[in-house]
Design a binder for this molecule. Sequence first.
Ligand SMILES: CC(C)(COP(=O)(O)OP(=O)(O)OC[C@H]1O[C@@H](n2cnc3c(N)ncnc32)[C@H](O)[C@@H]1OP(=O)(O)O)[C@@H](O)C(=O)NCCC(=O)NCCS
Length: 177
Amino acid sequence: MSASETVRYVAFAEEHLDEAVEIEQLSFATPWGREAIALELDRPHVSHYVAAVLPSGRLVGFAGMWVVEDEGHIGTVGVHPDFRRRGTGEGMLRWLLRRANELGVRQLTLEVRRSNAPALSLYAKYHFDRVGIRKGYYRDTGEDALVMLCSDIPGSAARPRPGSPDHAAGDDDGDTP
Ligand SMILES: CC(C)(COP(=O)(O)OP(=O)(O)OC[C@H]1O[C@@H](n2cnc3c(N)ncnc32)[C@H](O)[C@@H]1OP(=O)(O)O)[C@@H](O)C(=O)NCCC(=O)NCCS
């Protein structure tokens, strides 16, 4: 059984906070920190966060978006370095897309470093198009952010993983969406 088959996608909860902080530190040059992540839990009407967990309960990734009316913005997607390239980032993005679709989101945006080839490839796979540039957006290096937009949420949410007749193993594991 591959790692992607054993990962479950569940709503992010307080029990995931400590490991989320570690994943953030390992994944981002300017991590938000525990308090900022914890704040997201206090805004359930706006913040929608998914946790990718192993059967042992270990958190291997988390991702989240903010939704206001029919617009959504993905704020973070991170997978522990030891668990990358196993379908977890994709599984979390699919969870967010399905939640966005359920909520009636029409447009989903995000920002990504111009040099972040893995993330750009992941977003391209789910029909995010480049619609703008924020010059010098990242304060640590002055790197530009590319603004990406997905305006076919139902299509992207329904998109099966390659090689799968329907949904990927590990998806829809009893937790919504
Ligand atoms: C981007 C990230 C979330 C991808 O997570 P992951 O679990 O490794 O990705 P997956 O295994 O689900 O891969 C899904 C798709 O992403 C793309 N991808 C992932 N890693 C890649 C890499 N190293 N090189 C190129 N494409 C890559 C591919 O399109 C892949 O599809 P494929 O398997 O059909 O080629 C992960 O690399 C990460 O946490 N990076 C650090 C944090 C970050 O940059 N987050 C995004 C901020 S906008």
